[in-house]
Every structure is written in C-alpha cells, then in structure tokens.
Design a protein around this ligand. Sequence first.
Ligand code: MG
Length: 272
Amino acid sequence: MRNAALGLALLSFVTVAPQPLAAQQAPPTGQAAPAQPPRGNPADTEVWEPVPKVVTPGATDAAPPSDALVLFDGKNLDQWVATRDKSPAKWIVADDTLTVDKRAGNIETKRSFKNYQLHLEWRIPPGVTGAGQGRGNSGLFLASTGAGDAGYELQVLDSYNNKTYANGQAASLYKQSIPLVNANRKPGEWQTYDVIWTAPVFKADGSVTSPAYVVVFHNGVLVQNHVELKGETLFIGKPVYKKYDTAPIKLQAHGDPSPPISFRNIWIRELP
Ligand code: MG
C-alpha cells in the first residue's frame, strides 16, 4: 500500500516536472525553429525601483490588511458622524454589527477621501418585507458631496428575487450603471462589496478634467468594471458633476418601511 502511494507520488512528480526550455518553446508543427537566438540584453527592460512597500494581508481577504484604516470593526462609531449636523452617529451597534436607525438619518465618515479601495459587508434582515425599492434599501455613497443623498451611490437593496428597475437594483451605480450580473445572497446572509473608487478631477472653474471611475465586486463577483460616471447619482434627472476635492463616505438611512439592514467590517485603503 505504501509502495503504491509512493509510486503515485513519483508519477505526479514526473508529470509536473519542468520541461526543458526547448520543449516549452517548440514551434508549431511545420514551422522552422528560429535561426538566431534573441538579440539584446534582458536587463535593459528590468525596472528595480520604486520597490513596493510591504503590506501584510489580513487573515482572510475580507480582513483589513496592515495599511487599512478601519472604519467599523464592530465596536463603536468613532469614525462616523450624522450627515445632517455632524453630531456623533447614532445608529445601533450590537453584536459586532451596525444597524441603520432610520430616524437618525444618513451617517458619514469623519474623514474625507479621494481615491481608495474599500471593503464593506451588509446584510438584509431575515424576513425582510416590502417590494421593489422598498425592500432593504440603503446605500454606500462613494463620495458624499453634501446633505441628504448628495454624492455617488452604490445601491444597497434586497435584490434576491425582488424586481425593480435594473439601474436601481443592488450593486447598481444608482440610475447610471446596471450591474453586470445579479450576485445577491439571500436575506439573512452577509454580503460583501469591494470597491475601487477613482475620484473625479476638476479644473478650478468646476469643469471636469477626468470623470469618476468605479470597480465593484459583489460577493467576490465583478459587477462594475471600470465604469465611468456621468456625474452624481440622482433620484430625478440626468447626472451632473459638482466640483469637490475630498469627500466623506456615507451610508444611507432610507425611508422605506422595511426593517433596517446591517453593516459590519468596513475598511479603506487610500490610493494615490
Ligand atoms: Mg439606496
């Protein structure tokens, strides 16, 4: 038995052993091999600096790496304020999760950001009620440019068997970009957003030098692939840009009557 196992192990080693270079680069049948070896020095195209700084990854890909700023770790809302008056954020922190208090209104980060990578987890409550936009509605504003819902909203909604307009379902850039696929999990299950936000750049007169771009993974599935935004996400009317430099990140307390959703494990890495 042991010998058989050893034989199998040896066989698999032989199978994966590196092949000689000539065998790897053999030309297709019928073509002559190159007459001359490649010219030039491979070192000419080697770049040694800058050396990337070392970042220690989290224990899992969902955990914050060593250079992340943790915005919510389940314990408190120290990094957040109420959008309406910048007073301490009043949503409910319990059992390592953050639950929306709809009466308290939107909350946003104390700090402002430009370009970044963001991780956030959200959960529609089990037994959620309502339909369409009235079923677990919230939102992740990638840049909050003012009071209320001003800014750029990545929609949060129960879109597991819940029909609504496609450019307003979960993982849409609200009324601007339909997600590539519907990667929703069931109510009661935690879901992830991983976002790369490239902020718009403005001239002094407010005109746009470079629009905003967004990449979004929903539960690890690519749903927004370097999408160019046409301006802020609006409930009514066509999107327009409004000049800003850096902005907080905002979470939406939507007024729909369905039971409130929850968040956890929110962290950000600022990018150049
Ligand atoms: Mg919303």
